[in-house]
Design a protein around this ligand. Sequence first.
Ligand SMILES: N[C@@H](CCC(=O)N[C@@H](CS)C(=O)NCC(=O)O)C(=O)O
Length: 289
Amino acid sequence: MSARGAAVPHLHYFSAWFCPFAHRATLALEHHHGHLTYDWEEALGWEKRRATDASVETAHENWYHYKSPTLLKHNPLGMVPTLVSPETYNAKRGDATKNVVTESLVCVQFIDEIVRGGTTPIMSSCPYERARARVDADWVNKQICSKYYHVLVRQNPAEQREAFEAIIEGLERFASWCDENKKSPFYSGEAPGLVDYALFPWAWRLPVFEHYRGADYAIPKTAALASYHAWLDAMLAREQVRKTLPDWAAYLEHIGRYADGSARSKVANAVRSGRAAHEYDDELDDTKK
Ligand SMILES: N[C@@H](CCC(=O)N[C@@H](CS)C(=O)NCC(=O)O)C(=O)O
């Protein structure tokens, strides 16, 4: 209940503790902590299955996603994050896919829209700034987040290096945006917004490169990245952000399935077949078979 006694919005949240896309939605939910409530349902896991293709040789069988049947009922594509209205989630009959929100960047904006004041909004009140943030969040997603999977899933060292260098260039561009903001270390305004939350789950995960690809894959402390490192420190200084972080050792183990090419997910399948992570195809890259 809010200060005035009116019920705050409630959501059913299908998530996965390891998923950086879902992490974006969690950051938005925690940004508005106290002004909405949610039930987290862990909806993806990993199970070993006999290989259905011979394109990648690994020491063990390949890993496939186990998906909760309730997630599939509400989102037949079986992706997290998925947000469901309480009415739809609790209904005994009717259309289970009605009032269901998918796609991480859409989820962040949706969460911001349903909160009725009380905290700093994630999206600016200026339509021009909102438009710019959407374009820049999409750019971050394609030029930085997607390349993360190339460094891990592609097994050719030259391709890994090329993707890593593209990430560094992307981070430098992001740093220059933060430089332009005189109010805080964040992308815009005084608090994190869409672009910060688009990038943060991957920014926090980038040190896995050093573990799986070596010391040459550390994010350098160059002058061009000074504002990026200051941004990351400022994000991590926020309790609302820190409480969303997965256990590092467990995450390292999880992402090892990408680093040795044995993970089978839509994103991993797209990257193995030479496409970008954001170019995954819901049919072609599905792992049901
Ligand atoms: N474009 C989606 C991507 C989400 C995504 O790839 N989530 C992964 C988990 S990290 C998933 O649900 N995978 C299920 C699958 O690959 O079948 C978004 O931004 O929300």
